[in-house]
Write a protein that binds this ligand. Sequence first.
Ligand SMILES: Nc1ncnc2c1ncn2[C@@H]1O[C@H](COP(=O)(O)OP(=O)(O)OP(=O)(O)O)[C@@H](O)[C@H]1O
Length: 284
Amino acid sequence: MRIEVKNLSKVYNQTAALKDVSFSLTEPKIYGLLGRNGAGKTTFMEILAGHILASSGEILINGDRPFDNRKLTEKICLIKEGDNFNKDMKVKQILRSYSLFYATWDHQLAMDLIREYNLPLHTKVKSLSKGMASALGIIVGLACKAPVTIFDEPYIGLDAAARKKFYEILLEEYEKEKRTIIFSTHLIDEVSLLFEEVLILQEGTLLLQEGAETLRHNTCSVSGPITEVEQFLENKEVIKRDQLAGMMTAYVFGSKTEAKQAGLTVEGVPIQDLMIYLTEKKGA
Ligand SMILES: Nc1ncnc2c1ncn2[C@@H]1O[C@H](COP(=O)(O)OP(=O)(O)OP(=O)(O)O)[C@@H](O)[C@H]1O
């Protein structure tokens, strides 16, 4: 589905959460929506899902506005950090209600995931542990197969193994059938390999929208003796430098080929460090 964000602003009382943001998501991809605390990510995702209204500007999904638009919201699923479900309903009832809402619901996948995450079908949401409630969110987000699926820090309380399983299944399902997945997380290093495109919000404005491959291609981590690394860094934009025992590792904008030719050890730059650098630089 084509998502067009046009001059989007949202003001809560005195706080401007989004300030005249414009961009488009034109293809089904896995998008990483990143940014520091309070950057406006949740606000954006809630407007996109039709849960709240913008103060000005708009989001159009295939040309339509999502707010109060049942035909469109049946194609969008937002899974948040918590409070996704009615606490007095049992897991089984939650699955049933979502299966009725989403025409694309995959019952078999939901049942497989219930087994995978060992969730009790007859327990009320209020009696689930934090991790179990997150697992239920993930199950719903995956099984609804909504053409626009949004995960906003969906895994509070889930352990590392359960999160890894989630990433694997997300990728597996995405490979079977591409859809627009927007993923917001602070555990960037864990998830960044999934991202095909990265958007960074900074204090309510869009700082960057770039293909993940391009980001990886245009940056590199170089290591070697301090003098050789410093020589390579001359006239380049440096993201980060670390020194230890006469050796230096630096993250830098530049081509990996050039760094290899300089005899340095070359690796990729973690997207998390890039995000920190870009948001600090703008804020400085
Ligand atoms: N309901 C609300 N009422 C008042 N201010 C709000 C409300 N929701 C968000 N804000 C403010 O809007 C700004 C953006 O918040 P938002 O939750 O969208 O950011 P975020 O990028 O999702 O942050 P985090 O990573 O911490 O979850 C913040 O300054 C926040 O305090």
